[in-house]
Every structure is written in C-alpha cells, then in structure tokens.
Ligand binder design. Sequence first.
Ligand SMILES: O=C(O)c1cc(=O)[nH]c(=O)n1[C@@H]1O[C@H](COP(=O)(O)O)[C@@H](O)[C@H]1O
Length: 286
Amino acid sequence: MTAPFGARLAAAMDVYGPLCVGLDPHPGLLRDWGLADDVAGLRAFSHGVLDALAGKVAALKPQSALYERHGAAGVAVLEEVVAAGRRTGTLVIVDAKRGDIGSTMAGYADAYLRDGSPLAGDALTVSPYLGFGSLTPAVEAAAASGRGLFVLALTSNPEGASVQHATGPDGTAVAAAVAAQAAALNAAELASTGGTLGSVGLVVGATTGDAAQRLGVDLEAVRGPLLAPGVGAQGAGVPELARVFGTARHAVLASSSRAVLAAGPDRASLLAAAQNAAREAAGALR
Ligand SMILES: O=C(O)c1cc(=O)[nH]c(=O)n1[C@@H]1O[C@H](COP(=O)(O)O)[C@@H](O)[C@H]1O
C-alpha cells in the first residue's frame, strides 16, 4: 500500500515548501488568460498550470465547482488534472467540500477516495456540518486507500463564524469539537504508523485572526495538516499565517489561488510566482 497521505504531504512540503496552488478557473481568470469561458478554455488553463507547476510545488487544489459549471465535459477536465497529478507525483487535493448523511457520503467516498476512481486525487475537502460522524465513510475510505481529508473547521469566509464559532451544550465551540475529532483520528493513525503528520487535516483560513485561540481550537493537538486558504486574494499575508497558527505553524499548508494564477498564462512567470509564494510561506512557518 502507498504511504499515508499525511506522510506523503510532509515529504512534499519538505522538498517544495508549504504551499498549495489552487486551480480556480473563474470566468474572469479565463478571460485574463486570453481564454474562452468554455471547456476548451478550461482545458487550456488546466494544462497550462500543470505544465508550469506539476512536479514543482507540494500540492495542487482544483476547485471542483469551477469544473462542474461546464457540465460533464468540465468534470472530464478535472479528471485529467487528477490523472496528471498521479503521473507527475504532485499531490492533488480535490476541493469539492463534500458532506452528506452517512449512506450518501459513502457514494462521495467511492467517487473521490477509492483506488481506480477517475476523480480520486490524493485528498478531498469535506464538510462536517451534517455532524462529524456523517463523514465516517470518507474517513474509512481515505484510511483504506492512503488518501487524506481536509475537514472544514474555521473557514476563511466571514459567514462561517455563525456556525463554527457557536458553542454546543457542553460549552465547546463547534470548531473546537471538529478539531478534537480530527485529532483523535490522527492519534490512532500515528500510533500504528509511527509517523509525525496524520492524514486527517483541517481547513483553517489564514483570515481567521485569533479565532482558534479564542475558541479553544487546539491546532497543535490535531497532528494533521492545516490547509490555510485566504493567502493573497482574500487579504491575508505571510504575517497572518504565524499569528493564526502560532506553535502549530509547522503543520500548515498555505493555499493560494488567484494571487498565483494572476501571474499566468506565461509558464515561467507562473512558476516564479508559485516559488516566491512557497518561499514566503516557508519563511513565515518554519
Ligand atoms: O477549502 C478551501 O480550499 C477553502 C476553504 C476556505 O475556508 N476558504 C476558501 O477560500 N477556500 C477555497 O480557496 C479558494 C480561494 O482561493 P483564493 O483565490 O486564493 O482566495 C477557493 O477555491 C475556495 O473555495
């Protein structure tokens, strides 16, 4: 069996720096790249990013929504991105933020986390807001195939606070309970593998300020990767990363989409922007 996702990601971050580049082919971005907002444009964008960055960054994160909006042909392009990751060894985090009741979650797990599925990258973003336990089929499928999950904990959008900052009957903040459940899964994985980074990550936006500390979200105890979107276009810079993550910063995978993609379509400029962002993130997090 292949090494667990957490171990593979830790190795990739050591080599390439703690940066994930998001593939977010918004209509405006396609236009800025001189491409039509259609499937041919989507494919040209995706292969442009792959040509420039595959094998040169720790991870790529295609945003499923922006592929789905082109219908089945768009999803086929997402499958090409997943296949290219497999070919080049670059980790692919499929950002589909799936979440559903257990039996339906099993369908998503089959689609995104099973060997042989064309949509199965190395990890999937999932939403625990139908109850963390509803993610069990995904947790089991990921563990069985050496894949990873990124569970939404403290998202970068301001609306997230109304749910994630709320407290349950025992006074624990929802985001803190999500983090504790991820921590328990990672503790079990690491006890059996002896590794240092588990495969159940959290999403904690770089824009969330001191929310983790205020809400008692124990990021250090998670012992899994902490995906930090919001770097660049959403206003968070490198200083915010150290502030948001404190002593857990060694586990952070900073994520940037628009700020890096704005350097394209020229391949060399795109690579330079990604490598610069990776260097800055490494400086702030190591
Ligand atoms: O899961 C994510 O990646 C994610 C979580 C979150 O809290 N906030 C967030 O912006 N994202 C994703 O990150 C990407 C935005 O990246 P930027 O263009 O760098 O702002 C989009 O694909 C979002 O869906």
